[in-house]
Design a protein around this ligand. Structure first.
Ligand SMILES: [Mg+2]
Length: 321
């Protein structure tokens, strides 16, 4: 199949554009009816760095590329809008693989109300997928940055931690006696992350003062938030919501389970701060479990009281593959 035919096949794999989109693929540029605030983020994933085609299907790659970009919109509290996708394709990747990648990306777009409104296809030595996403908000105060934490705010996190790092360890061939169900959930956590879009919007509406998505690991991303807000975060290591199977994987790998949970990347949960009297509203609307991890206080950096067994302050965060 030639390049033009491939592009046409890709276009057909995409779902119909949402009503905000006036013109999308097929013109020189997309045209979108704007809302007052556009929220834009761009994310690139590359074979051998963020995924490995030996352990990830093309569909996993397509899903992950869009999910990680959308996760940044989630962390801002924005509503997802459009995605623009650049595919750098190596010669040994067949057209069927490319379409599998695009279909998985299109499926996630459909599930999240995102329109793939444009893109580009080029040849390259290795597979690289770049996704730029635009989200929308009607007022600035519905968006959340990293810098708004106030002293006394509660530190919280959505969902569960450590699952993606444990999944990565399993992909690396680590032997455990975990059952298939738990194993699969950890592998899925790594291969098919979920962007917490609804939770991000709910937390913003409930009064979250700062938010960040956990791509590099709790220890590292919490530090980003503390630095941007100009204060310290105290996180009780005993409260970390560890995903099922993480403790077993840590034991099999000879690692401390708290360290794996706090340093492991790619969970794409949301870390946030919120005034204590907003917590109940956040919990009622987030649509996902929330865990109180600690509080914001004067100072700098991230403190992990309760983590006697491991020096979490020294945790450098997640290094890709
Ligand atoms: Mg981010």
């Amino acid at each position: 199949v030639g390049e033009l035919a491939l592009i046409e096949a890709i276009r057909q794999a995409l779902s119909a554009p949402g009503e905000r989109v006036v013109r999308s693929t097929g013109d020189d540029a997309a045209v979108v009816r704007s809302r007052p605030f556009a929220v834009t983020s761009i994310d690139t994933v590359a074979d051998g760095v963020h995924f490995d085609l030996a352990t990830h299907s093309p569909a996993d790659v397509g899903h992950k590329a869009l999910a990680t970009a959308l996760s940044d919109l989630a962390a801002m509290g924005a509503e997802p809008g459009e995605a623009y996708v650049a595919l750098a394709l190596p010669p040994d990747l067949g057209d069927g693989d490319v379409l599998e990648l695009v279909r998985a990306l299109a499926d996630l777009a459909g599930e999240t109300g995102t329109t793939v409104a444009g893109g580009d296809v080029v040849s390259a030595p290795g597979l690289v997928v770049t996704v730029s996403v635009t989200g929308w908000a009607d007022s600035e105060d519905r968006l959340v940055g990293r810098d708004g934490t106030r002293i006394g705010d509660v530190v919280g996190v959505t969902g569960e931690l450590g699952g993606a790092a444990a999944g990565l360890a399993l992909l690396g061939g680590l032997e455990t006696d975990l059952g298939d169900e738990v194993k699969d959930s950890l592998l899925t956590r790594h291969r098919r992350p979920t962007a917490r879009l609804a939770a991000g919007r709910a937390l913003a509406a409930a009064g979250a003062t700062a938010m960040i998505d956990l791509s590099d690991g709790l220890a590292t991303d919490a530090r980003h938030l503390a630095r941007a807000s100009g204060l310290a975060l105290e996180i009780d290591a005993g409260t970390l919501p560890m995903a099922d199977g993480v403790a077993e994987v840590a034991a099999a790998a000879g690692r401390n389970e708290l360290e794996l949970t706090a340093a492991g990347g790619d969970d794409y949960e949301l870390l946030f701060t919120i005034p204590a009297d907003c917590w109940a509203a956040a919990e009622a609307t987030a649509g996902v479990s929330l865990t109180r991890l600690g509080r914001a206080l004067e100072g700098t950096g991230v403190q992990f009281p309760g983590a006697d067994a491991v020096d979490l302050d020294a945790v450098r965060g997640y290094e890709h593959l």
